[in-house]
Design a protein around this ligand. Structure first.
Ligand SMILES: Cc1cc2nc3c(=O)[nH]c(=O)nc-3n(C[C@H](O)[C@H](O)[C@H](O)COP(=O)(O)OP(=O)(O)OC[C@H]3O[C@@H](n4cnc5c(N)ncnc54)[C@H](O)[C@@H]3O)c2cc1C
Length: 467
Protein backbone atom coordinates (compact mmCIF):
# COMPACT_ATOMS: atom_id res chain seq x y z
CA UNK A 1 0.00 0.00 0.00
CA UNK A 2 1.32 3.43 -0.92
CA UNK A 3 0.63 6.15 1.64
CA UNK A 4 0.64 9.74 0.35
CA UNK A 5 2.11 11.49 3.38
CA UNK A 6 1.22 15.09 2.64
CA UNK A 7 -2.20 16.11 3.97
CA UNK A 8 -4.19 17.72 1.18
CA UNK A 9 -6.54 20.62 1.83
CA UNK A 10 -9.19 19.10 -0.39
CA UNK A 11 -9.57 15.66 -1.91
CA UNK A 12 -12.06 15.41 -4.77
CA UNK A 13 -13.63 12.17 -6.00
CA UNK A 14 -14.42 12.38 -9.73
CA UNK A 15 -13.14 14.46 -12.64
CA UNK A 16 -16.41 15.28 -14.46
CA UNK A 17 -17.58 18.91 -14.82
CA UNK A 18 -18.42 19.18 -11.09
CA UNK A 19 -15.11 17.81 -9.80
CA UNK A 20 -12.86 19.59 -12.29
CA UNK A 21 -14.63 22.94 -11.78
CA UNK A 22 -14.28 22.71 -7.99
CA UNK A 23 -10.62 21.66 -8.39
CA UNK A 24 -9.78 24.62 -10.63
CA UNK A 25 -11.38 27.24 -8.38
CA UNK A 26 -9.83 25.82 -5.20
CA UNK A 27 -6.36 25.34 -6.73
CA UNK A 28 -6.46 28.93 -7.97
CA UNK A 29 -7.21 30.06 -4.43
CA UNK A 30 -3.92 28.42 -3.41
CA UNK A 31 -5.21 25.21 -1.80
CA UNK A 32 -3.54 21.81 -2.14
CA UNK A 33 -6.10 19.87 -4.14
CA UNK A 34 -5.91 16.22 -5.22
CA UNK A 35 -8.56 14.96 -7.64
CA UNK A 36 -8.99 11.19 -8.01
CA UNK A 37 -10.68 9.96 -11.21
CA UNK A 38 -11.33 6.26 -11.83
CA UNK A 39 -11.25 6.47 -15.65
CA UNK A 40 -8.58 7.46 -18.13
CA UNK A 41 -9.71 10.64 -19.92
CA UNK A 42 -10.93 11.35 -22.55
CA UNK A 43 -13.89 9.07 -21.84
CA UNK A 44 -17.42 9.14 -23.29
CA UNK A 45 -20.37 10.55 -21.35
CA UNK A 46 -23.95 11.56 -22.07
CA UNK A 47 -25.09 15.18 -21.63
CA UNK A 48 -23.89 17.09 -24.66
CA UNK A 49 -26.19 20.09 -24.89
CA UNK A 50 -25.16 23.07 -22.75
CA UNK A 51 -27.07 26.09 -21.46
CA UNK A 52 -26.22 29.78 -22.04
CA UNK A 53 -25.72 30.26 -18.30
CA UNK A 54 -22.59 28.05 -18.52
CA UNK A 55 -20.91 30.77 -20.61
CA UNK A 56 -19.79 32.91 -17.68
CA UNK A 57 -18.22 29.84 -16.06
CA UNK A 58 -16.28 29.12 -19.26
CA UNK A 59 -15.00 32.69 -19.20
CA UNK A 60 -13.98 32.46 -15.55
CA UNK A 61 -12.32 29.08 -16.04
CA UNK A 62 -10.51 30.54 -19.07
CA UNK A 63 -11.67 27.84 -21.50
CA UNK A 64 -14.08 29.89 -23.62
CA UNK A 65 -11.74 30.40 -26.59
CA UNK A 66 -10.92 26.69 -26.58
CA UNK A 67 -14.66 25.89 -26.53
CA UNK A 68 -15.22 28.06 -29.60
CA UNK A 69 -12.48 26.21 -31.50
CA UNK A 70 -13.74 22.75 -30.56
CA UNK A 71 -17.52 22.68 -30.40
CA UNK A 72 -20.74 23.42 -32.32
CA UNK A 73 -22.88 26.37 -31.25
CA UNK A 74 -26.43 26.20 -29.93
CA UNK A 75 -28.61 29.28 -30.46
CA UNK A 76 -31.78 27.76 -29.00
CA UNK A 77 -34.17 24.86 -28.53
CA UNK A 78 -37.07 23.65 -30.63
CA UNK A 79 -39.86 21.66 -29.00
CA UNK A 80 -41.61 19.38 -31.48
CA UNK A 81 -44.91 17.51 -31.07
CA UNK A 82 -44.93 13.78 -31.75
CA UNK A 83 -46.35 14.11 -35.28
CA UNK A 84 -43.94 16.92 -36.14
CA UNK A 85 -46.86 19.38 -36.29
CA UNK A 86 -46.89 21.61 -33.21
CA UNK A 87 -43.54 23.23 -32.63
CA UNK A 88 -42.06 26.05 -30.64
CA UNK A 89 -38.65 27.54 -31.26
CA UNK A 90 -36.90 29.24 -28.37
CA UNK A 91 -34.00 31.38 -29.56
CA UNK A 92 -31.99 32.50 -26.52
CA UNK A 93 -30.98 35.65 -28.39
CA UNK A 94 -34.55 36.96 -28.19
CA UNK A 95 -34.05 37.91 -24.55
CA UNK A 96 -30.33 37.44 -23.83
CA UNK A 97 -28.45 40.32 -25.38
CA UNK A 98 -24.91 39.11 -24.73
CA UNK A 99 -22.61 36.57 -26.49
CA UNK A 100 -23.79 33.89 -24.02
CA UNK A 101 -27.01 33.58 -26.06
CA UNK A 102 -24.97 31.40 -28.43
CA UNK A 103 -24.38 28.31 -26.32
CA UNK A 104 -22.62 25.01 -27.19
CA UNK A 105 -23.21 21.38 -28.15
CA UNK A 106 -20.19 19.34 -27.02
CA UNK A 107 -18.59 15.94 -27.35
CA UNK A 108 -18.43 15.18 -23.65
CA UNK A 109 -15.24 13.15 -23.98
CA UNK A 110 -13.42 16.26 -25.27
CA UNK A 111 -15.26 18.74 -23.05
CA UNK A 112 -14.63 16.86 -19.79
CA UNK A 113 -11.02 16.23 -20.79
CA UNK A 114 -10.51 19.94 -21.52
CA UNK A 115 -11.89 20.89 -18.07
CA UNK A 116 -9.79 18.24 -16.30
CA UNK A 117 -6.55 19.33 -18.03
CA UNK A 118 -7.44 22.88 -17.03
CA UNK A 119 -7.61 21.84 -13.35
CA UNK A 120 -4.10 20.41 -13.59
CA UNK A 121 -2.92 23.55 -15.40
CA UNK A 122 -4.30 25.63 -12.53
CA UNK A 123 -2.35 23.63 -9.94
CA UNK A 124 -4.57 20.71 -8.88
CA UNK A 125 -2.99 17.24 -8.70
CA UNK A 126 -5.06 15.11 -11.05
CA UNK A 127 -4.70 11.33 -10.76
CA UNK A 128 -6.55 9.32 -13.39
CA UNK A 129 -7.26 5.59 -13.21
CA UNK A 130 -7.42 5.99 -9.46
CA UNK A 131 -10.66 4.46 -8.21
CA UNK A 132 -11.82 5.45 -4.75
CA UNK A 133 -12.85 2.39 -2.71
CA UNK A 134 -13.40 3.70 0.79
CA UNK A 135 -13.66 6.97 2.69
CA UNK A 136 -13.13 7.20 6.44
CA UNK A 137 -13.67 10.35 8.49
CA UNK A 138 -11.80 11.47 11.61
CA UNK A 139 -8.89 9.02 11.51
CA UNK A 140 -5.85 9.59 13.78
CA UNK A 141 -4.01 11.01 10.71
CA UNK A 142 -6.60 13.39 9.25
CA UNK A 143 -10.21 14.56 8.95
CA UNK A 144 -10.61 12.48 5.82
CA UNK A 145 -8.83 9.35 4.70
CA UNK A 146 -9.44 8.03 1.18
CA UNK A 147 -8.44 4.58 -0.02
CA UNK A 148 -8.11 4.07 -3.76
CA UNK A 149 -6.65 1.60 -6.25
CA UNK A 150 -4.74 2.44 -9.43
CA UNK A 151 -4.84 0.76 -12.86
CA UNK A 152 -2.41 -1.95 -11.68
CA UNK A 153 -4.57 -2.78 -8.68
CA UNK A 154 -2.13 -1.15 -6.28
CA UNK A 155 -3.72 0.42 -3.17
CA UNK A 156 -3.14 4.08 -2.21
CA UNK A 157 -4.22 6.19 0.77
CA UNK A 158 -4.80 9.95 0.57
CA UNK A 159 -5.34 12.10 3.64
CA UNK A 160 -7.07 15.45 3.59
CA UNK A 161 -8.77 18.19 5.57
CA UNK A 162 -11.93 18.12 3.48
CA UNK A 163 -13.63 15.88 0.90
CA UNK A 164 -15.71 16.83 -2.13
CA UNK A 165 -17.66 13.95 -3.62
CA UNK A 166 -18.19 14.65 -7.33
CA UNK A 167 -18.48 10.99 -8.34
CA UNK A 168 -21.51 11.60 -10.58
CA UNK A 169 -24.20 8.96 -10.93
CA UNK A 170 -21.94 6.48 -9.09
CA UNK A 171 -22.98 8.52 -5.99
CA UNK A 172 -20.03 7.25 -3.98
CA UNK A 173 -20.81 8.67 -0.51
CA UNK A 174 -24.59 8.40 -0.85
CA UNK A 175 -24.26 4.70 -1.71
CA UNK A 176 -21.62 4.00 0.93
CA UNK A 177 -23.91 5.54 3.57
CA UNK A 178 -27.29 4.46 2.13
CA UNK A 179 -28.45 8.08 1.75
CA UNK A 180 -29.67 7.70 -1.85
CA UNK A 181 -33.43 8.17 -2.46
CA UNK A 182 -35.35 8.10 -5.73
CA UNK A 183 -37.57 10.98 -6.78
CA UNK A 184 -41.20 10.00 -7.16
CA UNK A 185 -42.82 9.91 -10.61
CA UNK A 186 -39.63 10.75 -12.48
CA UNK A 187 -38.36 7.19 -12.95
CA UNK A 188 -37.13 7.09 -16.54
CA UNK A 189 -34.61 5.25 -18.71
CA UNK A 190 -32.64 6.89 -21.53
CA UNK A 191 -31.32 5.15 -24.67
CA UNK A 192 -28.97 7.11 -26.88
CA UNK A 193 -26.30 7.01 -29.55
CA UNK A 194 -24.73 9.09 -32.34
CA UNK A 195 -25.97 9.00 -35.95
CA UNK A 196 -24.22 9.88 -39.21
CA UNK A 197 -25.48 10.22 -42.82
CA UNK A 198 -28.57 12.01 -41.53
CA UNK A 199 -30.85 14.19 -43.64
CA UNK A 200 -30.50 17.34 -41.50
CA UNK A 201 -33.57 19.55 -41.62
CA UNK A 202 -33.29 23.35 -41.59
CA UNK A 203 -33.60 23.73 -37.83
CA UNK A 204 -30.78 21.23 -37.22
CA UNK A 205 -28.64 23.04 -39.78
CA UNK A 206 -29.40 26.14 -37.69
CA UNK A 207 -27.92 24.41 -34.63
CA UNK A 208 -31.15 24.02 -32.63
CA UNK A 209 -31.49 21.28 -30.03
CA UNK A 210 -34.74 19.44 -30.78
CA UNK A 211 -36.89 18.06 -27.99
CA UNK A 212 -39.53 15.71 -29.39
CA UNK A 213 -42.60 14.52 -27.48
CA UNK A 214 -43.24 10.77 -27.63
CA UNK A 215 -46.73 10.69 -26.18
CA UNK A 216 -47.94 10.95 -22.63
CA UNK A 217 -48.55 7.26 -21.85
CA UNK A 218 -44.80 6.66 -22.15
CA UNK A 219 -44.08 9.92 -20.34
CA UNK A 220 -41.37 10.06 -22.94
CA UNK A 221 -39.41 12.43 -25.08
CA UNK A 222 -36.44 12.38 -27.39
CA UNK A 223 -33.52 14.69 -28.00
CA UNK A 224 -31.85 15.39 -31.34
CA UNK A 225 -28.65 17.27 -30.89
CA UNK A 226 -26.50 18.49 -33.83
CA UNK A 227 -23.08 18.11 -32.27
CA UNK A 228 -21.32 18.47 -35.64
CA UNK A 229 -22.45 19.50 -39.11
CA UNK A 230 -22.47 15.79 -40.03
CA UNK A 231 -23.39 14.06 -36.78
CA UNK A 232 -26.38 13.90 -34.44
CA UNK A 233 -26.74 12.66 -30.91
CA UNK A 234 -30.23 11.17 -30.55
CA UNK A 235 -31.70 9.93 -27.29
CA UNK A 236 -35.04 8.52 -26.21
CA UNK A 237 -36.25 8.85 -22.63
CA UNK A 238 -39.06 6.54 -21.46
CA UNK A 239 -40.99 5.81 -18.33
CA UNK A 240 -39.40 2.82 -16.55
CA UNK A 241 -42.70 0.87 -16.24
CA UNK A 242 -43.15 1.18 -19.99
CA UNK A 243 -39.55 0.02 -20.58
CA UNK A 244 -40.03 -3.04 -18.35
CA UNK A 245 -43.22 -4.03 -20.19
CA UNK A 246 -41.53 -3.54 -23.58
CA UNK A 247 -38.49 -5.53 -22.50
CA UNK A 248 -40.74 -8.48 -21.60
CA UNK A 249 -42.63 -8.23 -24.88
CA UNK A 250 -39.53 -7.91 -27.06
CA UNK A 251 -37.67 -10.73 -25.29
CA UNK A 252 -40.67 -13.04 -25.56
CA UNK A 253 -40.75 -12.26 -29.28
CA UNK A 254 -37.17 -13.56 -29.55
CA UNK A 255 -35.45 -10.15 -29.81
CA UNK A 256 -31.78 -10.80 -28.83
CA UNK A 257 -30.94 -7.12 -28.30
CA UNK A 258 -34.12 -5.69 -26.75
CA UNK A 259 -32.46 -2.34 -25.91
CA UNK A 260 -31.51 -1.61 -29.52
CA UNK A 261 -34.89 -2.88 -30.72
CA UNK A 262 -36.82 -0.66 -28.29
CA UNK A 263 -34.67 2.40 -29.05
CA UNK A 264 -35.23 2.07 -32.80
CA UNK A 265 -38.91 1.22 -32.43
CA UNK A 266 -39.52 4.40 -30.44
CA UNK A 267 -37.42 6.55 -32.77
CA UNK A 268 -39.25 5.38 -35.84
CA UNK A 269 -42.66 5.85 -34.20
CA UNK A 270 -42.06 9.58 -34.49
CA UNK A 271 -42.77 10.85 -38.00
CA UNK A 272 -40.26 13.62 -37.50
CA UNK A 273 -37.44 11.23 -36.54
CA UNK A 274 -38.45 8.75 -39.22
CA UNK A 275 -37.84 11.27 -41.99
CA UNK A 276 -34.56 12.48 -40.44
CA UNK A 277 -33.12 8.99 -40.18
CA UNK A 278 -34.31 7.48 -43.44
CA UNK A 279 -30.74 6.91 -44.71
CA UNK A 280 -28.77 7.32 -41.49
CA UNK A 281 -26.63 4.85 -39.57
CA UNK A 282 -25.44 4.66 -35.95
CA UNK A 283 -21.86 5.67 -35.23
CA UNK A 284 -21.42 3.97 -31.84
CA UNK A 285 -23.18 1.41 -29.61
CA UNK A 286 -26.44 2.35 -27.86
CA UNK A 287 -25.88 3.74 -24.35
CA UNK A 288 -28.49 3.06 -21.65
CA UNK A 289 -28.89 5.29 -18.59
CA UNK A 290 -31.40 4.05 -16.02
CA UNK A 291 -31.70 4.86 -12.33
CA UNK A 292 -33.20 8.24 -13.03
CA UNK A 293 -33.93 11.13 -10.73
CA UNK A 294 -32.60 10.66 -7.22
CA UNK A 295 -31.12 12.71 -4.42
CA UNK A 296 -28.94 12.07 -1.40
CA UNK A 297 -30.74 12.59 1.89
CA UNK A 298 -27.57 14.10 3.34
CA UNK A 299 -25.47 16.30 1.07
CA UNK A 300 -22.86 17.73 3.41
CA UNK A 301 -21.39 17.16 6.86
CA UNK A 302 -18.50 18.35 8.99
CA UNK A 303 -15.76 17.38 6.56
CA UNK A 304 -17.46 16.66 3.29
CA UNK A 305 -19.86 17.92 0.66
CA UNK A 306 -21.35 16.34 -2.47
CA UNK A 307 -21.82 18.24 -5.74
CA UNK A 308 -23.34 17.57 -9.17
CA UNK A 309 -24.87 14.18 -9.91
CA UNK A 310 -23.23 12.73 -6.77
CA UNK A 311 -25.75 14.78 -4.74
CA UNK A 312 -28.81 14.78 -6.98
CA UNK A 313 -29.90 13.97 -10.50
CA UNK A 314 -32.96 15.29 -12.32
CA UNK A 315 -34.48 14.23 -15.63
CA UNK A 316 -32.34 15.96 -18.30
CA UNK A 317 -35.26 17.31 -20.36
CA UNK A 318 -33.99 20.90 -20.04
CA UNK A 319 -30.29 20.01 -20.47
CA UNK A 320 -29.62 21.40 -17.02
CA UNK A 321 -27.16 18.86 -15.51
CA UNK A 322 -23.79 20.28 -16.53
CA UNK A 323 -24.70 23.82 -15.50
CA UNK A 324 -26.19 22.66 -12.19
CA UNK A 325 -23.01 20.64 -11.53
CA UNK A 326 -20.55 23.38 -12.51
CA UNK A 327 -22.30 26.24 -10.78
CA UNK A 328 -22.78 24.18 -7.60
CA UNK A 329 -19.03 23.47 -7.76
CA UNK A 330 -18.28 27.20 -8.04
CA UNK A 331 -20.50 28.02 -5.04
CA UNK A 332 -19.08 25.19 -2.95
CA UNK A 333 -15.47 26.11 -3.78
CA UNK A 334 -16.18 29.62 -2.51
CA UNK A 335 -17.77 28.32 0.69
CA UNK A 336 -14.93 25.85 1.31
CA UNK A 337 -12.50 28.76 1.00
CA UNK A 338 -14.54 30.79 3.50
CA UNK A 339 -14.69 27.83 5.87
CA UNK A 340 -10.88 27.39 5.75
CA UNK A 341 -10.53 31.11 6.46
CA UNK A 342 -12.78 30.84 9.54
CA UNK A 343 -15.73 32.64 7.92
CA UNK A 344 -14.13 36.04 8.35
CA UNK A 345 -15.39 39.09 6.50
CA UNK A 346 -18.82 40.27 5.47
CA UNK A 347 -19.61 38.21 2.41
CA UNK A 348 -19.16 34.84 4.14
CA UNK A 349 -20.80 31.93 2.42
CA UNK A 350 -21.26 28.83 4.55
CA UNK A 351 -21.66 25.36 3.05
CA UNK A 352 -25.19 25.42 4.42
CA UNK A 353 -25.84 28.80 2.78
CA UNK A 354 -24.46 27.58 -0.55
CA UNK A 355 -26.68 24.53 -0.26
CA UNK A 356 -29.78 26.63 0.34
CA UNK A 357 -29.15 28.18 -3.08
CA UNK A 358 -28.29 24.84 -4.70
CA UNK A 359 -31.38 23.11 -3.25
CA UNK A 360 -33.45 26.07 -4.48
CA UNK A 361 -32.10 25.52 -8.00
CA UNK A 362 -32.84 21.79 -7.97
CA UNK A 363 -36.32 22.40 -6.45
CA UNK A 364 -37.16 24.86 -9.20
CA UNK A 365 -35.97 22.46 -11.89
CA UNK A 366 -38.02 19.64 -10.37
CA UNK A 367 -41.16 21.77 -10.69
CA UNK A 368 -40.26 22.85 -14.23
CA UNK A 369 -39.70 19.22 -15.30
CA UNK A 370 -43.04 18.11 -13.84
CA UNK A 371 -44.74 20.91 -15.76
CA UNK A 372 -43.31 19.49 -18.98
CA UNK A 373 -44.77 16.04 -18.27
CA UNK A 374 -48.18 17.27 -17.07
CA UNK A 375 -50.74 16.72 -19.87
CA UNK A 376 -53.09 19.25 -18.22
CA UNK A 377 -50.76 22.22 -18.74
CA UNK A 378 -49.59 24.13 -21.79
CA UNK A 379 -47.67 21.98 -24.24
CA UNK A 380 -44.08 23.23 -24.61
CA UNK A 381 -44.30 22.66 -28.34
CA UNK A 382 -47.04 25.32 -28.32
CA UNK A 383 -45.77 27.62 -25.60
CA UNK A 384 -43.06 29.26 -27.69
CA UNK A 385 -45.69 29.93 -30.34
CA UNK A 386 -48.02 31.40 -27.73
CA UNK A 387 -45.35 33.83 -26.66
CA UNK A 388 -44.56 34.72 -30.25
CA UNK A 389 -48.25 35.50 -30.84
CA UNK A 390 -49.07 37.25 -27.59
CA UNK A 391 -45.74 38.58 -26.42
CA UNK A 392 -46.93 42.16 -25.92
CA UNK A 393 -49.41 40.98 -23.25
CA UNK A 394 -47.14 38.37 -21.74
CA UNK A 395 -43.85 40.19 -21.96
CA UNK A 396 -42.76 39.49 -18.40
CA UNK A 397 -43.74 35.79 -18.46
CA UNK A 398 -42.08 35.55 -21.87
CA UNK A 399 -38.74 36.88 -20.63
CA UNK A 400 -38.85 34.83 -17.43
CA UNK A 401 -39.58 31.61 -19.32
CA UNK A 402 -36.67 32.24 -21.65
CA UNK A 403 -34.27 32.89 -18.80
CA UNK A 404 -35.41 29.68 -17.15
CA UNK A 405 -34.91 27.63 -20.31
CA UNK A 406 -31.47 29.30 -20.64
CA UNK A 407 -30.45 28.20 -17.13
CA UNK A 408 -31.32 30.92 -14.62
CA UNK A 409 -31.90 28.39 -11.81
CA UNK A 410 -29.89 29.94 -9.01
CA UNK A 411 -31.71 33.29 -8.65
CA UNK A 412 -35.19 34.77 -8.19
CA UNK A 413 -36.75 31.48 -7.13
CA UNK A 414 -39.97 33.10 -5.89
CA UNK A 415 -40.68 34.77 -9.23
CA UNK A 416 -40.04 31.56 -11.14
CA UNK A 417 -42.26 29.53 -8.82
CA UNK A 418 -45.07 32.05 -9.40
CA UNK A 419 -44.59 31.79 -13.15
CA UNK A 420 -44.71 27.98 -13.08
CA UNK A 421 -47.84 28.05 -10.89
CA UNK A 422 -49.47 30.38 -13.43
CA UNK A 423 -48.61 28.08 -16.33
CA UNK A 424 -50.49 25.22 -14.65
CA UNK A 425 -53.41 27.31 -13.40
CA UNK A 426 -56.53 25.69 -14.98
CA UNK A 427 -58.03 29.08 -15.90
CA UNK A 428 -54.86 30.26 -17.63
CA UNK A 429 -54.51 26.90 -19.43
CA UNK A 430 -58.16 26.98 -20.59
CA UNK A 431 -57.85 30.57 -21.86
CA UNK A 432 -54.60 29.73 -23.61
CA UNK A 433 -56.05 26.63 -25.28
CA UNK A 434 -59.03 28.63 -26.58
CA UNK A 435 -56.74 31.23 -28.12
CA UNK A 436 -54.36 28.60 -29.47
CA UNK A 437 -57.19 26.85 -31.32
CA UNK A 438 -57.91 30.12 -33.16
CA UNK A 439 -54.22 30.62 -34.02
CA UNK A 440 -52.81 27.18 -34.83
CA UNK A 441 -49.13 26.74 -35.63
CA UNK A 442 -48.32 26.54 -39.32
CA UNK A 443 -47.23 22.93 -39.79
CA UNK A 444 -44.20 23.57 -41.96
CA UNK A 445 -43.10 26.74 -40.25
CA UNK A 446 -39.47 26.48 -39.16
CA UNK A 447 -38.07 29.39 -37.26
CA UNK A 448 -34.37 30.11 -37.52
CA UNK A 449 -32.49 31.94 -34.78
CA UNK A 450 -30.67 33.78 -37.54
CA UNK A 451 -27.11 32.63 -36.78
CA UNK A 452 -24.95 31.90 -39.83
CA UNK A 453 -24.59 28.12 -40.28
CA UNK A 454 -20.85 28.55 -40.88
CA UNK A 455 -20.62 30.04 -37.39
CA UNK A 456 -22.72 27.25 -35.83
CA UNK A 457 -20.44 24.53 -37.19
CA UNK A 458 -17.21 26.53 -37.52
CA UNK A 459 -15.28 24.02 -35.37
CA UNK A 460 -16.09 20.87 -37.36
CA UNK A 461 -16.15 22.60 -40.76
CA UNK A 462 -12.65 24.03 -40.26
CA UNK A 463 -11.46 20.60 -39.09
CA UNK A 464 -12.75 19.18 -42.36
CA UNK A 465 -10.98 21.74 -44.53
CA UNK A 466 -7.64 21.21 -42.76
CA UNK A 467 -7.72 17.39 -43.00
C1 LIG B 1 -29.51 10.57 -20.65
C2 LIG B 1 -28.89 11.81 -20.12
C3 LIG B 1 -28.88 12.97 -20.90
C4 LIG B 1 -28.32 14.15 -20.39
N1 LIG B 1 -28.30 15.27 -21.17
C5 LIG B 1 -27.76 16.41 -20.68
C6 LIG B 1 -27.66 17.57 -21.49
O1 LIG B 1 -28.05 17.58 -22.65
N2 LIG B 1 -27.10 18.67 -20.94
C7 LIG B 1 -26.63 18.69 -19.66
O2 LIG B 1 -26.16 19.74 -19.21
N3 LIG B 1 -26.69 17.59 -18.89
C8 LIG B 1 -27.23 16.46 -19.37
N4 LIG B 1 -27.24 15.34 -18.59
C9 LIG B 1 -26.70 15.43 -17.22
C10 LIG B 1 -25.18 15.50 -17.19
O3 LIG B 1 -24.63 14.45 -17.95
C11 LIG B 1 -24.70 15.42 -15.75
O4 LIG B 1 -25.52 16.19 -14.93
C12 LIG B 1 -23.24 15.88 -15.60
O5 LIG B 1 -22.37 15.03 -16.28
C13 LIG B 1 -22.87 15.94 -14.11
O6 LIG B 1 -21.49 16.12 -13.94
P1 LIG B 1 -20.74 15.48 -12.68
O7 LIG B 1 -19.36 16.00 -12.73
O8 LIG B 1 -21.56 15.64 -11.47
O9 LIG B 1 -20.74 13.90 -12.97
P2 LIG B 1 -19.98 13.09 -14.12
O10 LIG B 1 -19.85 13.91 -15.32
O11 LIG B 1 -20.67 11.79 -14.26
O12 LIG B 1 -18.53 12.84 -13.53
C14 LIG B 1 -18.33 11.98 -12.44
C15 LIG B 1 -16.93 11.39 -12.53
O13 LIG B 1 -16.65 10.68 -11.33
C16 LIG B 1 -15.89 9.54 -11.65
N5 LIG B 1 -16.03 8.56 -10.56
C17 LIG B 1 -17.16 7.91 -10.19
N6 LIG B 1 -16.90 7.08 -9.15
C18 LIG B 1 -15.58 7.22 -8.85
C19 LIG B 1 -14.72 6.61 -7.90
N7 LIG B 1 -15.16 5.69 -7.04
N8 LIG B 1 -13.44 6.98 -7.88
C20 LIG B 1 -12.96 7.91 -8.75
N9 LIG B 1 -13.72 8.50 -9.70
C21 LIG B 1 -15.02 8.17 -9.74
C22 LIG B 1 -16.51 9.08 -12.96
O14 LIG B 1 -15.62 8.25 -13.69
C23 LIG B 1 -16.79 10.39 -13.66
O15 LIG B 1 -15.74 10.79 -14.52
C24 LIG B 1 -27.76 14.15 -19.09
C25 LIG B 1 -27.76 12.99 -18.32
C26 LIG B 1 -28.32 11.83 -18.82
C27 LIG B 1 -28.30 10.58 -17.98
Amino acid sequence: MERNEQIQDVIIIGGGPAGSTAATYLARMGYQVTLLEKDKFPRDHVGESLLPFCYELFEELDVLEDMKKRFARKPGVRFVGRDGGAQGTWCFGRVIKSPSALSFHVFRADFDDMLLRNSAKNGATVLEEMKVRKVTFDTPEANVSVEATDANGEAHTFNGRYLIDASGRDTFLARQNKWKRSIEDLDRVAFSTHWVDVELDDSLKDGLLQIVYLGTEKKGWGWVNPIRHDRLSIGIVLNNDYVKAQRKLLTENGESDWKAALYKKELFASEYLQSLLAKAKTAMPIIVNGNYSYYSEKKYGDNFVMIGDAASFLDPIFASGVYLAMNSARLIAKSVDHMFRGYEGEDKLTIEGAYETINGAYGLMDKFIRLFYDPETIDFAQLGHAFQTFDSKLEFAYALSYYLVAGDFFHNHDEYHQLLDKLRDPQVVAAYKRIYMDNPVFEEEVISCGVDRNVIFAASLSEETTT
